[in-house]
Design a protein around this ligand. Structure first.
Ligand code: C5P
Length: 234
């Protein structure tokens, strides 16, 4: 895997999701299922998307005590997702527990990749300092969380494309950076703070880009997806 565009399917129902994905015909994009869709439809949505031929990033961002996260990951491992994630803020111990749960819960085939959210791409420096009381530059915070993630044995992090060079420089090119906060030129930033275009994300060395509204909100989502792929993958 690597160098792919993942579509954030932030839809309210399975019906809406399948109607959207049917527009792609035989092309089966890598998709991301977040909390909205998973809470609405339950685990069946993951099984169904896999059965339809999609790779699935199950973006549930687990963050709880290590024992709870380990047990939850054991269950999620059975769904067949390709990528799962946690919040690095849960600490190295929590991430180790998550990895154990995911590994032990994988009965057949390959364990899903496990990555950790460093700082949400909607968080800016001011919020980091005033609300989270983290008085360090964002890039340093992200790199430090990423180092803890790597020490815990995980495969990579979720971060802004702007932070990919620092993470790769610090932790090596094989440590994955999966990067939301991507917009086609001219599109609204919405609630995201640290954003780039797909072309810029490629230049900065992102391994996967996660694109939601620039594709799902486009007049022609298939064309927008192809444009993202051309800019990022070619
Ligand atoms: O619509 P947009 O492209 O902003 O969607 C980005 C997706 O990536 C959303 O589903 C959001 O939950 C997710 N995400 C993010 N920042 C993170 C982790 C995940 O935006 N750090």
């Amino acid at each position: 895997m690597g160098k792919d565009v993942i579509i954030a399917c932030d839809f309210a129902s399975a019906e809406e999701t399948y109607a959207f994905l049917d527009r792609f015909g035989e092309t089966k994009p890598f998709v991301k299922i977040g909390m909205e869709l998973y809470y609405a439809e339950g685990p069946q949505i993951v099984r169904e998307l896999k059965a339809r031929g999609h790779k699935v990033f199950l973006d549930l961002k687990l963050h709880d005590i290590p024992n709870t996260v380990e047990k939850a990951m054991r269950v999620l491992a059975g769904l067949g997702a390709d990528i799962c994630n946690v919040h690095a803020a849960g600490t190295g111990k929590m991430m180790e527990a998550a990895l154990r749960g995911l590994t032990e819960g994988t009965k057949a085939g390959k364990r899903p990749l496990l990555i950790a959210v460093t700082q949400l791409t909607s968080t800016n420096q001011e919020q980091l300092e005033a609300e989270l009381l983290i008085r360090r530059p964002m890039e340093e915070v992200v790199s430090t969380y990423a180092a803890t993630t790597k020490r815990a044995g995980l495969d990579g992090v979720v971060c802004s494309p702007l932070e990919s060079p620092a993470v790769h420089g610090f932790l090596g090119a094989s440590f994955l950076t999966v990067t939301p906060g991507v917009r086609l030129a001219g599109d609204e930033k919405g609630d995201q703070s640290r954003v780039t275009t797909p072309a810029m994300a490629k230049e900065l060395g992102s391994d996967y880009i996660v694109v939601g509204r620039s594709i799902t909100g486009a007049q022609d989502p298939v064309e927008a997806y192809e444009r993202c792929r051309q800019e990022f993958c070619d």
